[in-house]
Design a protein around this ligand. Structure first.
Ligand SMILES: C[S@@+](CC[C@H](N)C(=O)[O-])C[C@H]1O[C@@H](n2cnc3c(N)ncnc32)[C@H](O)[C@@H]1O
Length: 220
């Protein structure tokens, strides 16, 4: 059986050099976020943004929901991949972070596709199911408080259409999932969700050992 290639920092630099497609708007948003406390840890990697855009295109998504806007990097990547008329609803508990994102979305010409909803994502997702109905979302990306991941996942299974995609970020949680001495609510929640997903027959599953772990669950 083929073995996982070990990606040294030099090899990761090579991968980035030959595959990352970047531009000034993305670079400047990354730079502004880097200057914020916790900015770098919160924002997805540039490579992940490019992957999310590809997944939006692959699923031919017209309706995307995101849990965890922060300064809007993943929002920007996914919104740019939407076709004309596509919509992205992004949820965050704070209105402070999406305000940083707005000028970048404007510059990229995608503000009209993006709707920010502020509040507890658990409630906002329940509202979306009630308002739009089940099976109305093509792709749902989760990147927020880890302790709520299982609740978000259950909303996602309801909201996403058959053949649609649920993308979960941080599913190795900085490697904490395999440290048996760690029992904090976030680590336990990620660990339990990973174990649950292995046998959840409602979805097809792949877990990518990329960035901080990215899980793809395609609804059957
Ligand atoms: C890791 S950041 C998201 C990063 C973003 N995807 C990006 O690419 O920059 C997580 C975000 O989730 C938000 N958040 C945390 N708990 C939340 C909750 N209960 N409901 C909604 N948003 C929440 C935080 O305010 C933060 O902006």
């Amino acid at each position: 059986m083929a073995q996982q290639t070990e990606f040294s920092p030099a090899l990761l630099d090579y991968v980035r050099a030959v595959s990352l497609r970047d531009d000034d708007i993305l670079k400047e948003l990354r730079q502004e976020t880097l200057d914020l406390p916790m900015g770098q840890a919160m924002q997805i990697m540039a490579e992940e943004g490019q992957l999310l855009a590809l997944l939006v295109a692959l699923t031919q998504a017209k309706m995307v929901v995101e849990v965890g806007t922060f300064t809007g990097y993943s929002t920007l990547c996914m919104a740019r991949a939407l076709p004309p008329g596509g919509r992205l609803i992004t949820l965050d508990i704070s209105e402070k972070w999406p305000m940083i994102a707005a000028p970048y979305w404007d510059r990229a010409g995608v503000s009209d596709r993006i709707e920010v909803r502020v509040g507890m994502a658990d409630h906002l997702l329940a509202d979306l199911v009630a308002q739009n109905g089940p099976g109305t979302v093509d792709l749902l990306f989760v990147d927020a408080d880890k302790a709520s991941y299982r609740a978000y996942y259950e909303h996602a299974v309801r909201l996403v259409r058959p053949g649609g995609l649920i993308v979960l970020d941080n599913t190795v949680f900085f490697g904490r999932v395999i440290d048996e001495d760690l029992h904090d609510a976030d680590t336990v929640a990620v660990r339990e969700l990973n174990e649950f997903l292995l046998n959840d027959d409602r979805v097809e599953l792949a877990m990518l050992p990329m960035a901080d772990g990215i899980t793809l669950a395609r609804k059957k």
